[in-house]
Design a protein around this ligand. Sequence first.
Ligand code: FES
Ligand code: FES
Length: 290
Amino acid sequence: MKELNEGLESYDVITHANEMFVAEELTEDEEKLLDELGIVGESRRKFLGQVGAAGFGMLALQVLTSQEMFAAEGGGFEVASPKADAIENAVKVVMKINGDKKSLNVDSRMTLLDALRERLGLTGSKKGCDHGQCGACTVIVDGERILSCLTLMATCEGKDVTTIEGIASGEKLHPMQEAFIKYDGFQCGYCTPGQICSSVALLDEAEKGEVSFVTENISAKSRSMTLSDDEIRERMAGNLCRCGAYPNIVKAIKEVHRGEETAATWNFATPNNDNVAENKIKEDAQNETV
Ligand code: FES
Ligand code: FES
């Protein structure tokens, strides 16, 4: 019993110490954070009494750091830039990204993919393999599709980069994006930004009459060619899809490339369709009981 009482007393001492910390040691940022979390009054006292000074200090540091990292510049999802003198081997790169002029100080070894994702918050371009094998990072630079994981940001000075975020025109999707939706050209969607950037650039390649490994009778080719399914498959071979959405991707690209619309073979699950399914279940159940 004596030990229990001593234990409770020491608990009281700790709790009291934490309450003192609550009253006296919160910084302005910590106060603000607790207000944002809606922890006020008695709940705040209890919460801080439980987590203690060190625990809350760590939590506040983590939350405030992540808030700073994702702080919006210009209302977007842009990540704050480190100061030029804090970057090793810094080079300044001025370029256009999705139509907007950007000026960035980057480590000369930074890839375009990392700059897009880590410095500009354009996370549509995906890092699949980071070795030029999967195509998930494909973006369009000066009209040509490239692998941004194998492209140094420092080589993009003065270039015009289009990422998946810049493919649509405002709220209006690019026809290729619409076709991917129509033909169900994706499952998890991880490879999809790269697939779409690649296929948009592929349309231009066909328009310019650029040949591929499977193009027959190269000498007879003129500007603008109609791509067969094999041509599309060959030209999209650098974009891997682990979900295996390939047949639908080919259909989507073919429709946009040829401009011949075909009817989708599936429907969205509308409330009416749900009712049809529900009625069918009810009907089957009734038949079973008869
Ligand atoms: S991430 Fe660039 S090719 Fe895979
Ligand atoms: S849709 Fe999942 S990897 Fe292509």
